[in-house]
Design a protein around this ligand. Structure first.
Ligand SMILES: *[C@@H]1O[C@H](CO)[C@@H](O)[C@H](O)[C@H]1NC(C)=O
Length: 464
């Protein structure tokens, strides 16, 4: 690439030099394209803590009072992976990594907001490592400050239902942020409609996922019985430690289990059991794994680069690292010079060590109790956040519609002109579950057609 995208976009400084929003809480720097189709900026959500966001207005935007145009806020996993980079350029944004239009972009159905969340991820930054978040709830509190600022910075956001859509560890942010926003809205502190929360292959119950690995991998011939017995013991240790509240220990035991599975399965890809490790296109987006998670997430990043490298030699393609530290940074203009964009931030990952294994089922229950639409969607081939694990935590909900939900038949879904069942969906009241066939952990990357049609249904998009 030798020219920035888009070539004619003139950066328009809407608000520089720390515009103060709602008293002295958050300060914001906003920039964007001259035509208003894109806005981006920083919000200082706490002293020394700066979140970067990027908004795209849909060219298909139509809105009427009965059918408002929706906005999707994408929450990437990790913890520590960059939504502005990965979710945007590798999964659902308007351009792919070669800066070519993506046919299946979710922008056809909704306005999109990508966030480098929490502080310290991607272009977001902490002036001091001590301000990195150590719990999902701290992340949610920061992101709530961000959304409050965005409600003022982004025209139409207050009248556009906001959907939190998460992947992987991002599901823990979405559950806590959803509750936090719902409470702020109910308290009259935030003027916004929370349209719903969608949890894609989300790390909502680490215990249920951990216990699912062995039966799943035995069923699909990726482990044998002998290894299965040992893996079952290791999974039981993880569960016991979670129950005892030894969360950092349980994470270490979980990593031990992953390493054992890796060895006994000839390195099954935990993001897609049909593949070997590192072959999955977006596999840096963890939950990352290791006792010194540093080395493992670096290993993951390396596998990821290897995958891209393969594509690169085929087609002369860009790398995500290359564009995020090159043309994209140049286009955005406001990224501080000393920030090196990384796919995954190890300090952010490490700072959450005491919350990584904590479940967020109660938060999902709270969302359901408020009548907020909750969608769970899961790729059939995922291991790390497997479908049977997701079904197991859903069964633990205290929500009074659960029994009815579980008793209902599923509806098969097809997509576009291609033959064959692509997904099943089941809905009762405000809980919806999509089983996405032929997809691993990264559903929109693996099955873009059905992912797009699902997001259209979730958001009730008025797009034709
Ligand atoms: C929940 O989603 C359904 C469609 O799936 C929609 O009809 C309903 O209005 C939504 N409810 C809320 C409270 O947004």
């Amino acid at each position: 690439m030798d020219r920035p995208y888009p070539p004619l976009a003139l950066p328009l400084l809407l608000c520089l030099s720390l515009c103060l929003l709602h008293g002295e809480r958050a300060s914001a720097v906003t920039s964007g394209t001259g035509d208003g189709s894109e806005l981006w900026g920083y919000v200082q959500v706490r002293p020394k803590a700066h979140l970067f966001w990027w908004y795209y207005k849909s060219p298909q935007r139509v809105s009427s009072p009965g059918k408002p145009w929706p906005t999707v806020l994408w929450l990437q996993g990790g913890p520590g992976a960059s939504g502005v980079g990965l979710g945007n350029f590798l999964e659902v944004g308007p351009l792919d990594v070669n800066l070519k239009p993506r046919d299946s972009t979710w922008l056809h159905k909704a306005d999109l907001i990508f966030v480098d969340n929490p502080v310290g991820v991607g272009y977001s930054y902490a002036e001091d490592p001590s301000v990195l978040v150590t719990t999902d709830w701290q992340a949610a509190t920061d992101a709530t400050e961000l959304v409050k600022a965005l409600a003022k910075e982004i025209p139409n956001l207050q009248s556009s239902p906001l959907f939190l859509v998460a992947e992987s560890y991002g599901g823990k942010y979405a559950a806590t942020l959803g509750v936090s926003l719902a409470r702020a809205i109910r308290a009259g502190e935030l003027k916004l409609t929370l349209g719903g929360v969608a949890l894609g292959d989300s790390w909502i119950s680490p215990e249920d996922f951990t216990l699912s690995y062995t039966p799943l991998l035995l069923d699909v011939s990726r482990l044998d019985d002998n290894a299965g017995d040992e893996a079952t013991k290791k999974a039981a240790t993880v569960k016991d430690q979670i129950t005892a509240g030894q969360l950092a220990d349980s994470q270490r035991s979980w990593v031990d289990l992953l390493n054992f599975i890796d060895k006994k399965s000839a390195s099954v890809d935990m993001y897609n059991f049909l593949l070997d490790s590192g072959m999955d296109p977006v596999s840096v987006d963890l939950p990352a794994a290791s006792s010194s998670s540093m080395s493992m997430s670096n290993t993951q990043a390396m596998k990821y680069s290897t995958y891209l490298g393969t594509q690169e030699s085929d087609s002369g393609a860009n790398t995500i690292d290359g564009i995020m530290n090159g043309v994209i940074k140049e286009k955005l203009k406001i990224i501080p010079k000393n920030i090196k964009w990384q796919e995954l931030s190890d300090p952010v990952y490490n700072a959450l060590v005491n919350d990584f294994m904590r479940p967020r089922i109660n938060e999902v229950d709270e969302l359901l109790s408020y009548g907020i639409n909750v969608t769970v969607y899961n790729g059939q081939l995922d291991v790390i956040c497997s479908t049977i694990g997701a079904e197991a935590w859903v069964k633990k909900l205290k929500w009074d519609g659960l029994k009815n939900f579980l008793s209902l038949p599923r509806q098969p879904l097809q997509c576009g002109s291609s033959k064959g069942t692509k997904a099943f969906v089941r809905s009762f009241k405000n809980l919806h579950f999509y089983w996405i066939l032929g997809a691993g952990h990264f559903v929109p990357a693996d099955q873009p057609c059905i992912a797009l049609s699902m997001i259209s249904s979730i958001t009730q998009s008025p797009a034709s």
